[in-house]
Design a protein around this ligand. Structure first.
Ligand SMILES: Nc1ncnc2c1ncn2[C@@H]1O[C@H](COP(=O)(O)OP(=O)(O)OP(=O)(O)O)[C@@H](O)[C@H]1O
Ligand SMILES: O=C(O)[C@H](O)COP(=O)(O)O
Length: 395
């Protein structure tokens, strides 16, 4: 992959695809890790006299303009961190974007509005995506792919725009790939993978491939309940992917045949509502009351998970074990984070919310071998898949 050092950027309009998909609460950014991770590439381009046009997505607004998914707060934070004004375009490829891009001085920075306000960005139709990519590419002369967390998406800004402009990988993508490559080549065993989070359907799929690679797979977060249900237990009002039950049963069978250990929670913190002040209690994993929903793995499970990580020599962890944003449901995530640290293994934490959890719960980032900005992206990379965003940069 070409890096930005291979590009001539002085005085040119450079479109940087970043991953600025940060957690927000009531319009305020609760963790700016992904913005910080994007700074080195933006700063390097500015220092070389580029006119930097940053583009990114926030959440999943599904092709509609939804003000709660505006990148405006991100533009403000980016400006603070860069110590310069960031011109914020109120659209993606319209008049405002063209004016912002066209008005940049050398070394100045603009941020476009949420790419996913445009249906073309995520469209599965090549022509619709291509037409949007044409308009996005027209804003710039050069493209830099640096949104590692989104490289697994065949989206216009990730996959189609680099095919239309001279392009290179930014420093973040280059650094992420270098670390993750180690996990696909020579893994020290036992190799444990801990999975959680809420993007259950995205992440159940990766287990297929992990069964041939990992020695142990620990399951927490929202995906637990599809496993518990597949084992015949009731899960109350918890997150559930009914249509994945057969898939999960097949995973459990294959794991047994292949000698891969699935570690499932033995207890669950079940609450009456998705709220910090809801009535909640730890219950056995096979006895979740019908009117409750599971929001964390329970204390016994925290101990079990830490014990199954203790002798691992490599650990990859993606997805919080519970709704860590609310204190009563943060303990499972804390236990697993501590388990990674205590294991002394080569530890990689991947994902926007997973990395945010580590920081919010007060852990020292340096205690982990690598904190990746990509969750789904790093999992798919570890599967050995060709990721659209990396493929486009290599071509
Ligand atoms: N039992 C649960 N029920 C509902 N939500 C849960 C549960 N456990 C964890 N979560 C939520 O999962 C979210 C994070 O999931 P997600 O899959 O997005 O992880 P991630 O680390 O950000 O990975 P990616 O980068 O792929 O998005 C958190 O906001 C957390 O509250
Ligand atoms: O949060 C992430 O993992 C990335 O920003 C990609 O977001 P997506 O899962 O909504 O495509």
């Amino acid at each position: 992959m070409r890096t930005i050092d291979d590009l001539d950027v002085a005085g040119k309009r450079v479109l940087v695809r970043a991953d600025l998909n940060v957690p927000l609460q009531d319009g305020a950014i609760t963790d700016d890790g992904r913005i910080r991770a994007s700074l080195p590439t933006i700063e390097a381009l500015r220092a070389r006299g580029a006119k930097v046009i940053v583009c990114a997505h926030l959440g999943r607004p599904k092709g509609e303009v939804k003000p709660e998914f505006s990148l405006a707060p991100v533009a403000r934070r980016l400006g603070e961190l860069l110590g310069t004004d960031v011109a914020f375009a109120s659209d993606v490829v319209g008049d405002s974007a063209r004016a912002a891009a066209g008005g940049l001085a050398d070394g100045a920075v603009a941020l476009l509005e949420n790419l996913r306000f445009e249906p073309g960005e995520t469209s599965k139709d090549d022509a619709e995506r291509g037409a949007f990519a044409d308009r996005l590419a027209a804003l710039a002369e050069v493209y830099v792919g640096d949104g590692f967390g989104a490289v697994h998406r065949r989206h216009a800004s990730v996959y189609d725009v680099p095919r239309r402009l001279p392009h290179a990988a930014g420093g973040l993508i280059a650094a992420e790939v270098e670390v993750l490559r180690k996990l696909t080549e020579d893994v020290a065993r036992p190799y444990a993978v801990a999975l959680g989070g809420s993007k259950v359907s995205d992440k159940l799929g990766v287990i297929d491939n992990l069964l041939g690679k990992a020695d142990r797979i620990l399951i927490g977060g929202g995906m637990v309940f599809t496993f518990l249900k597949a084992q015949g237990h009731e899960v109350g009002k918890s997150l559930l992917e009914e249509d994945q039950l057969d898939t999960v049963r097949a995973y459990l069978r294959r794991a047994e045949e292949a000698g891969v250990e699935f570690v499932l929670p033995v207890d669950i913190v079940a609450a009456t509502a998705f709220a910090a002040d809801a009535d909640h209690a730890a219950v056995p994993a096979d006895a979740i009351p019908a009117d409750r929903l599971g929001l964390d793995i329970g204390p016994e499970s925290g101990k079990l998970f830490a014990a199954r990580l203790a002798d691992a020599r490599t650990v990859f962890w993606n997805g919080p074990m519970g709704v860590f944003e609310m204190e009563p449901y943060s303990h499972g995530t804390r236990a697993v984070a501590q388990g990674l640290i205590d294991s002394g293994a080569f530890t990689v934490v991947g994902g926007g919310d997973s990395a945010a959890a580590v920081r919010q719960l007060g852990f020292d980032e340096a205690a982990f071998s690598h904190i990746s900005t990509g969750g789904g992206a790093s999992l798919e990379y570890l599967e050995g898949k060709t990721l659209p965003g990396l493929q486009a940069l290599e071509d």
